[in-house]
Design a protein around this ligand. Structure first.
Ligand code: SF4
Length: 246
């Protein structure tokens, strides 16, 4: 276990490090207990491409809510073929039909938080119980809720520390697209139709190019995050923080 003090120093050192260095460090430090969770947005595709160059052993998973766009499902298959990897699909415990039976149809229209919990957060919780490290591709310039994220951070889960890695945190939208075009990285074709970030089809809309990147998610409501990045407690605030990391 890396102490919090060392983690903060390492996180700051990574601010100017190449993406590849962070990914190599993740594999050398955590081995098979680290995994990359992605919804195959633009940042995720850059991270995945870099990962295949330096640490292709890192497992990749996605939360398949059963409400993904056909274009996203096709992209996942293209990614598997191009990089010769198998991507784990993590599903809700409930099928869409079972959810409609238990909670009524179109729950996303009436209680999006509950729908996100059932189809995203709980499945992720289950997956994270297998891991010590969770790599994701959030960036600080994606909106105010993400503007302060460090590259490395500890979260508390089930009374233990989970290392959350945000290697794309300092990247800008322009840098991401420069990389995608330079290395011919596959991306979701919906992005050419104005979809800046892409989640479930009932809750994602196209946005203007100069709008907040996540404005197309749950448009017209106060909701800005599905919950997968907010349900865990940062370790500094965890009541038993000292027990899980000192
Ligand atoms: S984004 Fe929409 S459809 Fe997807 S899990 Fe959340 S509420 Fe349900």
């Amino acid at each position: 276990m890396i102490t919090r003090k060392k983690l903060i120093a390492q996180s700051q050192a990574f601010e100017t490090a190449p993406l590849e260095d962070i990914l190599t460090w993740a594999w050398e430090t955590l081995g098979s207990r680290v995994a990359f969770g992605t919804a195959f947005g633009a940042s995720g595709m850059v991270l995945l491409d870099a990962m295949q160059k330096v640490a292709p052993q890192i497992p990749v998973f996605t939360i398949d809510t059963d409400f993904l766009f056909p274009e996203t499902l096709h992209l996942i298959e293209r990614v598997e073929a191009r990089y010769e990897i198998a991507i784990e699909r993590v599903h809700s415990r409930l099928t869409v039909e079972e959810q409609a039976h238990d909670y009524g149809p179109e729950l996303y229209k009436r209680d999006a938080d509950r729908c996100c919990w059932l189809r995203k957060v709980e499945p992720l919780q289950r997956k994270l119980s297998e891991l010590n490290g969770w790599i994701n591709s959030r960036r600080r310039d994606q909106g105010h809720t993400r503007s302060q994220i460090p590259i490395l951070e500890y979260y508390e889960t089930d009374g233990r520390a989970l290392l959350k890695l945000n290697p794309m945190a300092p990247w800008t939208r322009k840098q991401v697209w420069d990389y995608i075009l330079e290395y011919d990285v596959p991306y979701n074709p919906l992005m050419d139709q104005g979809y800046a970030t892409i989640g479930c089809w009932p809750c994602t809309k196209a946005v203007d190019a100069d709008t907040d990147e996540r404005a197309g998610r749950w448009a017209g409501t106060d909701k800005t995050e599905c919950g997968i990045h907010t349900f865990l407690q940062p370790i500094d605030a965890a009541p038993n923080a000292e027990a899980v990391s000192s």
